[in-house]
Design a protein around this ligand. Structure first.
Ligand SMILES: [Ca+2]
Ligand SMILES: [Ca+2]
Length: 93
């Protein structure tokens, strides 16, 4: 692994072999979007992120401000709700 490179690794099959024939397949992955809501940076969107947003609700807090609009509010809760229990590729499993 090189320094300054991201550690994220995603293994994905982009084609399936069926009866000796390769069948194409495409997958779209949006790691950044999938992890919107991870306010504590542990690569998992869960109750701890909700608690952080609630603790800073109505205030300025860079980490709890998921959508980076300058205030911690309902919109940030919605991001967590949307991605609840999403796990990052580089999360400890
Ligand atoms: Ca988290
Ligand atoms: Ca916000």
């Amino acid at each position: 692994m090189f320094h300054s490179h991201l550690n994220n690794v995603l293994e994905a099959e982009v084609g399936i072999e069926k009866n000796g024939e390769l069948i194409g397949q495409s997958k779209r992955v949006y790691p950044e979007m999938n992890l919107a809501g991870d306010s504590n940076g542990d690569k998992v969107v869960d109750i701890h992120d909700v608690m952080r947003v609630v603790a800073h609700y109505g205030k300025e807090n860079d980490k709890a401000d998921v959508n980076k609009d300058g205030v911690v509010d309902e919109a940030d809760i919605r991001f967590i709700e949307k991605n609840f229990l999403e796990i990052g590729f580089d999360a400890l499993r």
